[in-house]
Design a binder for this molecule. Structure first.
Ligand SMILES: Cc1ncc(COP(=O)(O)O)c(C=O)c1O
Length: 388
């Protein structure tokens, strides 16, 4: 049987690179184009790119340098930092690569021996697996569901302290995929304190943070000072994944290193990406409002169906996705590929994120309410057949 969860070791891939297994599960299922889709962890919003760019759309293949508003400046203003604290990247995933390369470059000559990275689980596979490529050793640290079934997923201080003591860098996702829950404020403060005590660089993938801005504890990691790198993009919250636009925010010395790395590997950002992003960045509030609308319309329907099936639902306070555990340890890959498939529905099994989540299912309310209603009807039927 194939395992799809993220890897934290190079076992069986010595002198090679392990695959991003979950894509081998997900891409063929997307290609099936099932009628109903609750699998998108990112907001689905149809940007009118032609309307936004107007006649300038004819220039997308020309250099952008002099004739667009610099997206770095727009982001810097939005985040309350200087443009020197911002590096634009091709998406958050490239941001993960560059952030880690930057962190390693900034310590390499003072570290005697192996570079060790601690990375959180469950997670988005490119986080630990970028570390498997670039660092010498990766230590897995866990976040676990609340014992009561409700509230934040938490970290174990003993486990994390042992890992931090051995590590030079820690990689976290403050808003977790697939739980949709933010880092508990006590856990965040604990991580900051221990990172400082142990001289550990913190890299935070904040791809989902913007949908939680209104929640007081969603403070970005870069605001804690030097040696903290925040990663973000327009993919998840602002529905612009296909243009591949993201950014890093950190202290200016760190960003200067990141910029040299970006230029070494990528030269400059692509012109269509920069031109579209420069316009979209001025209109993000349109999507913010749409997310709130989707939450208000879609969540009550989802809650009712899960309750009907006796499923304990731990609803995150922001964003567009969450996850639940199937009763009786039912296998969620079987649920997705048999029961949901029979009802033309796509959901994401928890096994894409962790070996400890084989009976969990991630669902998203990121689609337009009339489509969502039909998708939840399909979920209802799929649960009926799986549980009875
Ligand atoms: C935590 C996390 N970061 C980043 C991404 C991808 O972001 P991007 O498309 O900007 O590379 C994902 C996608 O699933 C994700 O879950």
């Amino acid at each position: 049987m194939t395992n799809y969860w993220p890897r934290f070791s190079r076992d069986n891939f010595e002198n090679s690179v392990p695959p991003i297994d979950y894509l081998n599960w997900y891409i063929p299922r997307l290609q099936e184009a099932r009628t109903h889709n609750l699998s998108f962890s990112g907001m689905q919003y149809n940007w009118d790119i032609q309307g936004m760019l107007g006649e300038k759309i004819a220039d997308i293949g020309k250099p952008y340098m002099a004739d667009i508003e610099d997206p770095r400046i727009i982001i810097a203003k939005r985040e309350g930092v200087s443009p020197d604290n911002v590096l634009i990247t091709h998406g958050a995933t490239q941001g993960i690569n560059i952030a880690l390369l930057t962190a390693i470059a900034s310590i390499r000559d003072k570290v005697d021996g192996k570079i060790v990275v601690a990375a959180e689980s469950p997670t988005y596979a490119p986080i630990p697996q970028t570390a498997l490529i670039l660092a010498d050793e990766v230590i897995r640290v866990n976040k676990t569901p609340p014992t009561t079934g409700h509230g934040h997923w938490r970290i174990n201080y003993e486990e994390w302290e042992t890992a931090m003591k051995k590590s030079h860098i820690i990689m976290i996702t403050p808003i977790s995929n697939p739980s949709g829950w933010g880092l508990h404020i006590e856990d965040r403060n604990w991580i900051i304190k221990h990172a400082e005590e142990n001289d550990v660089i913190v890299i935070a993938d904040e791809a989902y943070n913007d949908a939680y801005r209104h929640i007081e504890q969603s403070r970005a990691i870069h605001t804690f000072g030097d040696n903290y790198i925040s990663i973000n993009s327009l993919t998840k919250v602002y529905a612009m994944g296909p243009i591949r636009f993201g950014w890093l925010i950190s202290d200016s010395k760190t960003i200067a290193i990141a910029k040299n790395i970006f230029m070494t590997f990528s030269g400059v950002m692509s012109s269509p990406t920069m031109r579209i992003a420069a316009e979209a960045l001025k209109r993000l509030d349109v999507v913010d409002k749409e997310i709130e609308y989707y939450r208000s319309e879609n969540l009550p329907i989802l809650r009712a169906v899960l309750e009907k099936h006796g499923i304990d639902w731990n609803e995150p306070s922001g964003g567009v996705f969450g996850c639940f555990e199937l009763p009786n340890n039912l296998d969620s890959e079987v649920f997705a590929d048999q029961h949901c498939k029979e009802n033309e529905l796509l959901v994401v099994p928890g096994s894409m994120f962790s070996d400890r989540m084989t009976s969990w299912v991630r669902v998203a309310w990121s689609i337009e309410p009339s489509l969502f209603r039909l998708a939840v009807e399909a979920l209802d039927k799929s649960l009926d057949s799986a549980l009875n």
